[in-house]
Design a protein around this ligand. Structure first.
Ligand code: SF4
Length: 367
């Protein structure tokens, strides 16, 4: 069956616009107005063009079109699910691990994901960018701590800044001798690939005297269909300029919580020269339960993926521990240690290791 696709010229931001374009039913309008009053909505032309309005299970619509489910906050869900606030010593900085900081420059994004873990912090109407004074204080914080090796620009989406402003920020960070890596997390190459212009690519490259850092870009995408020809070309412009890319995805019910879609996504990343990096378990952001899967399902999918695709295509399945305790890998374990005292008949500790088919093999004791 042929899918119908939307062609629009501008970003849709109002529920009434979504209804007018057939992306939401008129009967839902009142609820969606309530959702939009709390959480930002934006669907770019590029993303709208991927949605089949006639398909209620469309994996792109599920990610970007609001629903009344978002009005329901479940027990355990919280405004700051990964504990950014608890680790923010100055405005714009989150310092959770010793050798790296998040630097949140803007609070706006090209699109607003319905499962966003920072949904209470992002969107128009929030302070859209750090003030100059706050920006300088954040730089001072980084300068004063020699242990900060990596600065991760996130937000909001840092590629919403102009190339001119980004070039200034990259130069400021690269001038700090102990900052060796500047990583930008973005959805822009998928949501608005035209923004990855020659000027943007040039802004992200750290060059010239005193440039001590290298740039990495982490692309957020959750379904292979997001990697259109234009998105792939935008990523290729970055990579061809010498900027390595990694991926981050969120495991989402109805979007990629099946082996075929997850496998296609990881293969697509690698075909684009983007190394799969993180597959996040959905965070406990308010009103997102309908998009979360179970950890057991995530582990099962990771085990199946291991049996289907090469190591190049394997992301780390990770959980951000609520409360700000950091990220932990939660993928399936393959090694079981049998301690000697647990068995009566043999003196040594030995191992049982599962292969990619799930068969278990003995591995000899340590020598
Ligand atoms: S692009 Fe990132 S920060 Fe922006 S809404 Fe999506 S998940 Fe949240």
């Amino acid at each position: 069956m042929t899918k119908s696709r939307l062609t629009i010229a501008t970003t849709l931001r109002q529920p009434a616009e979504l209804v007018a374009h057939g992306l939401a039913p008129l009967s839902a309008l009142a609820d969606l107005e309530q959702v939009a009053a709390r959480y930002a909505v934006a669907v770019t032309a590029e993303i709208a063009g991927l949605i089949d309005p006639g398909d209620p299970t469309d994996p792109i619509a599920l990610q970007f079109i609001p629903t009344a489910d978002e009005l329901v906050t479940r027990p355990g869900e919280r405004a700051d699910p990964i504990g950014d606030h608890a680790h923010s010593p100055v405005a714009g900085i989150v310092h959770r691990y010793p050798d790296r900081v998040l630097f949140k420059l803007v609070h706006v994004c090209a699109v607003y994901c319905r499962f966003c873990f920072r949904r209470e912090m992002v969107g128009p109407g929030r302070d859209s960018a750090l003030s100059e004074a706050a920006y300088q204080s954040a730089l001072d914080y980084i300068r004063a701590r020699r242990e900060i090796w990596e600065v991760i620009l996130t937000g909001g989406d840092p590629l919403m800044l102009s190339p001119r402003r980004l070039a200034e920020i990259m130069a400021d960070l690269a001038a700090i001798a102990h900052v060796r890596v500047i990583r930008l997390h973005t959805r822009v190459p998928v949501a608005d690939p035209a923004r990855i212009s020659d000027q943007m690519v040039a802004a992200l490259k750290v060059t010239g005297a005193g440039a001590g850092a290298v740039t990495w870009v982490a692309l957020h995408a959750n379904h292979a269909s997001e990697l259109t020809g234009k998105a792939r070309a935008a990523c290729a412009r970055l990579i061809d300029a010498g900027i390595p890319m990694v991926s981050q995805s969120v495991l989402l019910r109805g979007v990629n919580d099946n082996l075929a879609d997850l496998e296609a996504l990881m293969r697509a990343f690698v075909e684009c020269r983007i190394k799969p990096y993180y597959l996040h378990h959905g965070d406990l952001a308010p009103g997102t339960a309908h998009l979360r899967t179970t950890l057991a399902r995530g582990q099962q999918l990771m085990r199946s993926l291991r049996g289907r695709v090469s190591g190049l295509c394997q992301p780390d399945y990770v959980l951000d521990i609520p409360g700000g305790h950091g990220k932990s890998p939660v993928g399936p374990g393959y090694l079981v240690v049998e301690h000697a005292q647990e068995r009566e008949y043999q003196a040594e500790t030995r191992y049982r290791v599962s292969d990619y088919c799930g068969d278990v093999h003995l591995y000899p004791p340590d020598q």
